[in-house]
Design a protein around this ligand. Structure first.
Ligand code: CA2
Length: 154
């Protein structure tokens, strides 16, 4: 079974526990369970990984770049959290793994928030972007990834 990565960046381990007006009541564990079930229905095996460390996120992207090249993975759904707005290293990593489809997700509508959240270093190298649909965005992104996979394996 091909793998699909659900990758979450800094502070997303707090999902559902604080700031419910911004991020809702669903916890990261709930999101990971829903994502894993949805991936199974699409015939993929999900791996869920969250880290507050930039380097750990980079390592996971590199790992999936290798798995994508060997045909063992289809891509990644990635919420880079606040690193979205700061990390050139994440852009370089996604560029560097060359080809791995990465769908960028934001739970909140970052464009309706502070100016500093409007810019993303990840968006220019993302295969698609899902913003402002709450935690449903993760599942919408998975569906998008499945469509990209179907299109590229025709
Ligand atoms: O809307 C998103 O998904 C964000 O990626 C979330 C980041 C934020 O820095 C981005 O601008 C937009 C913040 C994640 C923090 O998550 C928390 C969840 C619950 C309570 C506190 C933080």
């Amino acid at each position: 079974m091909k793998k699909v990565l659900l990758l979450n960046g800094p502070n997303l381990n707090l999902l559902g526990t604080r700031e419910p007006n911004q991020y809702g009541h669903t916890t990261l564990a709930d999101v990971e369970a829903l994502f894993t079930q949805a991936a199974q229905r699409l015939g993929f095996e999900a791996e869920c990984f969250q880290s507050n460390w930039e380097g750990a996120l980079l390592d996971k992207i590199h790992e999936y770049g290798r798995l994508y090249k060997t045909g063992e993975a289809v891509g990644a759904v990635f919420n880079p959290g606040a690193f979205t707005h700061t990390s050139i290293a994440l852009q370089d990593a996604i560029k560097g793994v060359d080809g791995l489809p990465v769908i960028e997700v934001h739970v909140s509508n970052v464009h309706a928030r502070e100016e500093f959240r409007h810019h993303s270093w990840v968006s220019p190298v993302a295969a698609g972007i899902v913003v402002g649909f709450g935690v449903d965005g993760y599942l919408l992104a998975l569906e998008g990834l499945q469509r990209i996979h179907a299109r590229t394996t025709l």
